[in-house]
Design a protein around this ligand. Structure first.
Ligand SMILES: Cc1cc2nc3c(=O)[nH]c(=O)nc-3n(C[C@H](O)[C@H](O)[C@H](O)COP(=O)(O)OP(=O)(O)OC[C@H]3O[C@@H](n4cnc5c(N)ncnc54)[C@H](O)[C@@H]3O)c2cc1C
Length: 472
């Protein structure tokens, strides 16, 4: 584990003036909110939550049948949840990566891989067709090794991925320096076709516009507080109104769920990120990062980093913090200690950038589930469906999540609904205090493994064996 957690005074100075709002939302292109719901309305399909899952569900449903009436209720504003707070790595993987997919669904992995690539291709086609300007670039994601055992792990992964005809490129110590000059990175592996980078908020706003243009009714600042099932309907109540719907989709991700049972499956885990001021040309030259590929560490507790359209660097990850009893709320989106640790690690990776200031720092909740990949389910006698559990990899997978939610709500038998991944659920997390103990012990064990040349302790091996795990 090459990163030290000793925070220097200079590091604290670099984050002294940060604005604690997500960089992506601090954009003059951010649309003003649609009105709050202040009356009682009816609709065919109600979607709760206007992040990527909710927006894709609305768009796909309208594209299937323009006459279907759709209402979206959003507690905050479009993309104010994880969809406007993420790193913008849009991955083709539906399974949180190759290793997790192969471990859990070895037989259907080739189908999951193909469906994931098709999903990413379709997102790309939609962005082009709708003319959404969101800095979309299919650059690939470079996994960087900073220790010899990670180099071996990357080589093994490349070997495994080649069995599935996944195009990859390995960079040794000399070659990685042509891509980016870091004092820590000693090798890298990239899958050029499997990841795109995007400005996530701009994508969400583009989807929002497309939905509104197709006649979707969106109410923002309209948190649903209660769901009630009647004979053929479900009614969702907000403070000042209600929506009576024949069908309902819950797209509420890591937020406290409206169906209580879902809190057994989802643990909100907070992830934090920083963005620098735009780099000068001398600073950019000093790190030599001229391409736009995003990167992440090959370690278990990892950082992710990428550049923005206006020449800043986003640096996030590493700390994945679970708060007691599914702790959740805006007060957890700011964590000075995490921000300082992230900044310190940044300067260890790029000491040439000493003196640069960070302008934005924020956090957001990840809907962690024990299998690290989305799951689906139904409630209210088939009138309600949900998709969640992306575990930090939902920017791309949420579109697939939305397609499946519509399949199961409409009773369609498709290639997707036949999947074991779709038909099964993750193992539930245990109740407190075992939930906190288990998650914190897993996180501690991952940090230990990173310090121990990747060797996993008994706890992590047992969790793997049980198919239970923790990731961000
Ligand atoms: C810091 C961070 C970094 C990440 N980085 C990446 C990345 O680089 N790549 C990647 O693939 N994934 C990443 N993710 C995960 C990714 O952002 C999510 O998987 C994805 O955005 C999920 O979209 P969603 O629509 O399901 O959830 P959200 O965007 O969270 O949307 C849920 C919406 O539901 C609304 N809501 C909740 N409850 C109610 C209610 N009762 N009434 C009305 N509305 C309600 C919320 O306000 C919210 O807008 C990251 C997440 C975080 C937090």
């Amino acid at each position: 584990m090459p990163y030290s957690n000793l925070i220097r005074k200079e590091t604290l100075r670099s984050i002294a003036d940060v604005q604690t709002i997500p960089f992506w939302l601090d954009d003059p292109a951010r649309p003003g909110p649609e009105p709050e719901l202040t009356k009682n309305v009816s609709t065919d399909l109600l979607i709760i939550g206007a992040g990527f899952t909710g927006l894709w569900t609305a768009l796909l449903a309208k594209e299937q049948d323009l006459s279907r009436e759709i209402v979206i209720l959003e507690a905050g504003e479009v993309a104010s949840g994880a969809s406007g707070r993420n790193g913008g790595f849009m991955d083709a993987s539906l399974t949180h990566g190759l290793q997790n997919g192969l471990a859990r669904w070895p037989k259907e992995f080739p189908v999951l891989l193909a469906l994931g690539i098709a999903n990413l291709d379709e997102i790309e086609a939609t962005i082009k067709r709708l003319g959404i300007e969101c800095d979309y670039l299919r650059t690939g994601e470079l996994s960087v090794a900073s220790e010899p055992h990670q180099v071996e792990e990357l080589k093994a992964e490349m070997e495994r991925s080649s069995q599935y005809n996944i195009r990859s490129e390995f960079y040794n110590r000399e070659k990685i320096r042509d891509i980016v000059k870091s004092s820590l990175f000693i090798a890298g592996l990239i899958y050029p076709d499997l990841t795109a980078l995007v400005n996530p908020a701009q994508l969400a706003w583009g989807l929002r516009k497309a939905c509104l243009d197709l006649g979707v009714r969106l109410y923002e600042h309209s948190a649903v507080t209660k769901l009630e099932e009647e004979d053929k309907h479900v009614t969702a109540s907000t403070k000042h109104g209600s929506v009576r719907a024949s069908q309902l989709v819950l797209a509420t991700n890591a937020f406290p769920p409206l169906l209580k049972r879902l809190s057994n499956y989802i643990a909100p885990v907070y992830d934090y990120a920083l963005v620098t001021e735009p780099l000068s040309s001398a600073q950019r030259a000093s790190i030599g990062w001229h391409g736009r590929a995003g990167m992440s560490d090959a370690s278990r507790l990892f950082h992710y980093t990428r550049t923005t359209a206006d020449g800043r660097i986003l640096w996030g990850g590493y700390d994945a913090v679970y708060y007691w009893n599914n702790g959740f709320g805006p007060h957890l989106e700011k964590d000075g200690a995490s921000f300082a640790r992230l900044a310190e690690h940044f300067f260890q990776a790029f000491p040439q950038l000493e003196g640069i200031r960070f302008t934005h720092a924020w956090g957001g909740a990840i809907d962690t589930c024990s299998r690290f990949s989305p799951f689906w389910g139904m409630a209210h006698h088939g009138k309600t469906a949900y998709a969640m559990g992306y575990t930090g990899l939902g920017v791309g997978a949420s579109r697939f999540g939305a397609s499946v939610v519509l399949d199961i709500l409409d009773g369609c038998k498709t290639e997707r609904t036949k999947l074991e991944m779709v038909r099964t659920k993750p193992l539930p997390f245990p109740p407190e205090p075992f939930r906190s103990i288990g998650i914190n012990l897993s996180r501690w064990s991952m940090a230990q493994a990173d310090r121990n040349q990747g060797r996993e302790n008994l706890w992590l091996r047992m969790m793997d064996w049980l198919g239970l795990g923790f990731d961000s």
